[in-house]
Design a protein around this ligand. Structure first.
Ligand code: PLP
Length: 360
């Protein structure tokens, strides 16, 4: 079976972990600091704060930027639960916006219709590695005095008109979970252009202080370890080449798949293809699930991101009118695009998928 995702861990990662273990100092230290500095090259030199997960990155960014109880933050429902969990954990209320049918990303017009006096922020997700309509969100943010965040967990090295994921708004959060485009084992990075937000994130991740035993605010232990940072530092040197390979794989799939809707890429946008997500236009969820079964039977791993929109999960179950979200959750299938695919595997993916769509 061709796996849906395949983390690439090599001798350099193993050697880096070994170096840290031998040093005897494993907690947050010089490796974390170096990882923060090295990651900054991908986000226009913005301030980077490493934490123990992408979810912690989202959570601390909200708290540091002053999001609090009673505030509303507009997010997509067509995303991973962490997008909304982090809003709720900051005490605020996630308000779910619908998405654009072509890009799977938050629809700015619908977002504008959801703004109330309690709305404090908008957090688009660059889903699958395609940058959301950030220029519009920036405009809307200015007009209504809202803070803009980015959930960039899936968007390492994605860009729009030369601006990288992480370069918009007040703060962006990246994830280094093993299936993401680069990994540190578990881990996350907050990226900001605001020195006060940076300082507060540094305190919040470390019991509320940056100087030992001088805790200034109530904080967490959300630190990244030097073991994880050492893995991340190796991966950061490789993610550019991997992203190029993802783009080549995607171009091959674009050119050869038939009978499905392939991912749309906006002009000026560079997709990072965290996922390569096709749509079976007009499919029922039964037909889509049947297609998944057949694709897997053909030896090709695939999955649905995400089978239940967040607003319908038991954790949030709220009534929202999100017709595009409801339609697209039935139609999407993510197929392998990861950088270690061989030409034979790409050909197998194309022939299996093209055959399956004629049979459902
Ligand atoms: C992976 C992911 C997260 C959470 O990151 P973790 O590192 O798993 O905590 C948040 N949002 C999105 C869109 C993700 O894909």
């Amino acid at each position: 079976m061709i796996p849906a995702a395949r983390p690439i861990i090599g001798d350099e990662e193993r050697a880096a972990v070994d170096r840290v273990l031998r040093s005897g100092m494993m907690a947050q230290g010089p490796e974390v600091k170096a990882f923060e500095e090295e990651f900054a090259q991908f986000v226009g030199g913005r301030r980077c704060i490493a934490v123990n997960s992408g979810t912690s990155a989202l959570h601390l960014a909200f708290l540091a930027a002053g999001i609090k109880a009673g505030d509303e933050v507009i997010v997509p429902s067509f995303s991973f639960a962490a997008t909304a969990n982090s809003v709720a954990l900051a005490g605020a209320v996630p308000v779910f916006g619908d998405i654009d049918r072509r890009t799977f990303n938050l629809d700015p017009d619908h977002v504008e219709s959801l703004i109330t006096p309690r709305t404090k922020a908008i957090m688009p997700v660059h889903l699958y590695g395609h940058i959301a309509d950030m220029d519009r969100f920036e405009e809307i943010g200015k007009k209504h005095n809202l803070t803009i965040f980015e959930d960039a967990a899936q968007a390492h090295l994605a860009s729009l008109n030369g601006r990288m994921a992480g370069e918009w708004g007040t703060a962006a959060s990246f994830s280094f979970y093993p299936t993401k485009n680069m990994t540190s084992g578990e881990g996350g990075m907050i990226v900001t252009n605001d020195a006060d937000v940076e300082h507060m994130c540094r305190m919040l991740r470390n019991q509320g202080g940056v100087i030992r035993y001088q805790n200034e605010v109530v904080g967490f232990n959300n630190r990244m370890t030097d073991i994880h940072a050492a893995i991340g530092r190796v991966q950061v040197t490789k993610v550019k080449a991997w992203t190029e390979k993802r783009r080549e794989n995607a171009a091959y799939l674009d050119a050869n798949l038939k009978g499905v809707v392939t991912p749309y890429v906006r002009p000026g946008s560079e997709h990072s293809y965290h996922q390569y997500t096709i749509r079976i236009d007009g499919a029922t969820s039964e037909a889509r699930d049947k297609a998944i079964e057949l694709i897997k039977a053909g030896g090709v791993g695939c999955d649905v991101y995400y089978p239940t929109p967040i607003h319908r999960l038991p954790s949030f179950s709220s009534i929202h009118d999100l017709p595009v979200t409801e339609e697209l959750v039935k139609e999407v299938i993510s197929i392998p695009v990861h950088p270690s695919l061989t030409q034979e595997e790409l050909e197998q993916i194309v022939s299996v998928v093209n055959d399956v769509v004629t049979r459902i």
